[in-house]
Design a protein. Sequence first.
Length: 378
Amino acid sequence: MPLPFADGFLGIQHFTPPWDVFFLPLFNLLTLLYRVLFTDLAIAIIVFTIIVRFALWPLFVRQIRSQKEMQRMQPLVREIQRKHKGNRQKVAEETMALYREHGVSQFGGCLPLVLQMPILIALYSVLNRISSVVSYTAPDNLKQQFTQFLASNPAITAVAGSPNHYHIPVSGSCTVPPDFTAFLPLNCQLIDPLKFSAGQTVDTTVGWLFNLDLARVDQVFSVMLFGFTISALAILTGIFQFVQAKMTSPRPNPDDPTASTATTMIYIFPVMMVLWGSFLPSGLILYYGVLTLILIVQQFMLMGWGNLFPLFGWQPKWAPTPADAPLKRLKADDERGPRDKTNGRDDRPQATNGPGSAPGSTRQQPRSGSRRRRGRRR
């Protein structure tokens, strides 16, 4: 019996494990949204992104909770760093002991992210493939073979005005050299109900976005500057990325050498997104923008505004400064015994055996040199 989404399953004619285990379900899902439900590639990408993000919701919740717990422990980590300043080995040992005390894994937020990576990489390929446009530059050792391959497959045509970009057909032979699998016809990896008919193509132009072509670099909401295409869509996505990263960023800590690196990355990734907008298809930029906006909403549902504010000195009244409850060292609490663990003071009356007091009786000692203030607990 054929495996799900394997070669021969419901008409799939090309399957390459293990990569296609992630790729084929996503590719068929996006095709379903485009062909059956919306016939609009932009709306299909938006709905597709929402479905995938909420399917990953359990992993995302675990990742955010782990990050939030690590942030709440930062005051204790800073205390260790100040106490053992200059002794990195001691700082590392004490920090790991602190994590063990509180049952927190230092890498607890990494596992959900690692599990998501194959899916996110597959999404990139899905969005490229559904547009029927392939970007490919043959290396020197394959240039001759690539020229012969194009000559033997006239249905593969160059995209006008876009060097190294090619239109791939929706149907045709599913036997291609291993080095050129990106040029497989679309139908080779679609199940029978979703296969395109002869002559059908994917319309990558979106009318309600002023005829933006999702298969090409943004030519609608962009300007040329110093030879680069500066896309407004990419700038908006970069802003979303900055907000999303700032919400989960650790608070500034001069004693932590990694804090400056984390702060720098908050600004680097949005700038990189603007640069990517100069050569990536606008459909991918649209996907990243919608994805990041969903991440912001999901993070807000779990942790509010996080550490987004103050933002360049601006602290709005409707977004108060986050006040995470400071954690206590568990071992230190145990050593205090019955004393108050909140402020380290014993609020119970002290037993005294002074003159005039019976053994075992209690009497509150008056403060010497000062009068007791009313309305304040001592």
